[in-house]
Write a protein that binds this ligand. Structure first.
Ligand code: SAH
Length: 250
């Protein structure tokens, strides 16, 4: 008899942002495969006898190969176990959840996807930044600043869209991202927020302008994991940020 895999989004960090569904699935799991960005407090919701396997995955560091993780999930489920596959944010937003569902379906294994709050919405909200606001932004685009083959996003189209841009995995490529936005015609005065470890106790953030973004991030020493938010909605930040003289965008 086959088990089942729960593909669980653990949210951006703060453990109170877990869904009730996630908590229920965690409490039923026999084994949990947990990504590195997941708050360790999530483990408190597992059974004491559940087996926990860390499958750290962070850009640049040694990480468990995706194919190995997928094989393990299949193997455990075939043993009849309930498997919690726990990912940061939402499993279907830059989380490889789609790939994992494909593999599990192909193997004939039941899978339930449990959404989480994605960092690109949760981290800005921690500063009081709404990613849409009908006075300022007609939409929001979630985009990665780091692609598998190194291709740059189509900054022209993104800037022209007039939507709030929420950039994941953007810190290591920040200078190129700024160059791309500038070449696409984004104003030097465009407000930008950077939030590292959003919703966690060690959250750090700054609000600045496109012109000062790289310098501000370097001076503040902000690093991954961080979300970069570009757009007029950044002016709505209510939380005074921890680092820079942030109101220069006003
Ligand atoms: N599935 C995740 C995203 C995984 S990609 C989600 O939906 O949120 C990893 C990237 O997410 C990081 O490089 C960073 O850009 C962002 N990220 C994840 N957690 C974050 C946090 N607490 N604060 C800021 N950015 C975060």
């Amino acid at each position: 008899m086959n088990g089942k895999v729960y593909l669980i989004g653990a949210g951006p960090g703060d453990v109170e942002l877990l869904t009730l569904k996630a908590v229920r699935a965690l409490s039923q799991a026999d084994v949990a495969l947990v990504d590195e960005l997941v708050n360790p407090e999530v483990r408190d919701f597992l059974r004491p006898d559940a087996r926990v396997i860390d499958v750290g995955k962070r850009g640049g560091c040694k990480s468990t190969p995706q194919s190995f993780i997928e094989r393990q999930m299949v193997q455990f489920a075939r043993q009849g176990l309930k498997v919690a596959r726990v990912k940061g944010g939402d499993p279907f937003v830059f989380g490889r959840g789609g790939e994992e569902v494909e593999t599990l379906m192909a193997a004939g294994i039941e899978v339930e996807v449990i959404n989480g709050i994605t960092a690109g919405i949760g981290a800005p909200a921690a500063l009081g930044i709404p990613v849409t606001h009908r006075d300022f932004s007609r939409g929001v685009t979630l985009v990665t600043g780091h692609t598998r083959n190194g291709d740059a996003p189509n900054w022209d189209a993104l800037v022209r869209s007039g939507t709030t841009l929420v950039i994941y995995m953007g810190i290591s490529n920040l200078a190129q991202i700024v160059a791309g936005l500038r070449a696409a015609g984004l104003a030097e005065s465009a407000p930008v927020a950077v939030i590292q470890n959003g919703t966690l106790a060690n959250q750090r953030s700054l609000v600045t302008r496109l012109a000062d973004l790289v310098g501000a991030v370097n001076r503040a020493g902000l690093g991954s994991p961080a979300i970069v938010v570009v757009g007029e909605v950044v002016r709505l930040a209510t939380v005074s940020t921890d680092i820079e003289a942030v109101r220069q965008v006003a």
